[in-house]
Design a protein around this ligand. Structure first.
Ligand code: PLP
Length: 227
């Protein structure tokens, strides 16, 4: 067994244990393997070990990988900051975009998504800690961006995504994530296509599962440190 296969076994088993611990239905948490700055060979290993959804942050790097891996039935999620000049490539190559944080980006992605393809699945990125340096709409403005995405023809509103500020303390992690979780539950009542709460990374996925995450985005615990 390679270390990637081992990491995946251990992590998936841990997720199943955490679902039980926090009274979540079995298999209610999906794993998005974050493969940025890791090789195509490593992605193949992870796919062979059973992971089918991969997250990338940089368009150029991702285009190459997606092309090389076209023979694998994988689902690709764009999770990095989006400049307007990158929307065309993202709309062309990806199945999901989790980092939509402003109207202009949503509008462009819908315009540029081919009518021959299924709509792009969208998560609105929320900036929980209101840090200047991180992208994401504020929690207060998330609803209006969700409304726009829900109305655009080539987009399907699927959920919310957040990258909280780094925090070691488990209870503090839960507090942050609980804010997003509560807003997600409220928005789901308004927008019935929302089924994905994307939160939890290598350092806080237990807290995220405790707070009702349905998709954890894991890089380091699966592939090891990025080079
Ligand atoms: C890099 C990245 C991750 C994965 O981070 P790890 O700490 O390595 O698990 C998850 N989400 C986003 C948006 C990222 O950019």
């Amino acid at each position: 067994m390679t270390y990637i296969t081992e990491n995946i076994c251990t992590t998936v088993q841990r997720i199943r244990e955490l679902e039980a611990k926090y009274n979540r239905p079995a298999e209610s948490v999906r794993v998005l393997a974050v493969s940025k700055r890791h090789s195509v060979a490593k992605i193949r290993e992870a796919a062979t070990a059973g992971l089918k959804e991969f997250g990338e942050n940089f368009l150029q790097e991702a285009e190459k990988k997606i092309t090389e891996l076209a023979d694998h039935p994988l689902t690709w999620h764009f999770i990095g900051p989006i400049q307007s000049n990158k929307t065309r490539g993202i709309a062309e190559h990806f199945d999901w975009v989790q980092s939509v944080d402003r109207d202009k980006i949503a509008t462009r992605l819908s315009e540029q998504r081919s009518r021959e393809k299924p709509p792009l699945n969208i998560c609105v990125q929320v900036n929980l800690s209101a840090e200047q340096s991180k992208s994401g709409t504020s929690l207060a403005e998330a609803e209006s961006l969700c409304a726009l995405v829900a109305d655009l023809p080539q987009l399907e509103l699927r959920g919310l995504m957040a990258i909280p500020a780094f925090e070691k303390d488990f209870e503090k992690q839960r507090q942050y994530l609980n804010e997003l979780s509560a807003e997600f539950a409220r928005l789901q009542e308004i927008f019935p296509t929302m089924d994905t709460l994307s939160m939890g990374m290598s350092n806080d996925y237990e807290a995220a599962i405790a707070e009702q995450s349905s998709m954890v985005r894991l890089g380091t615990v699966i592939f090891g440190p990025r080079v």
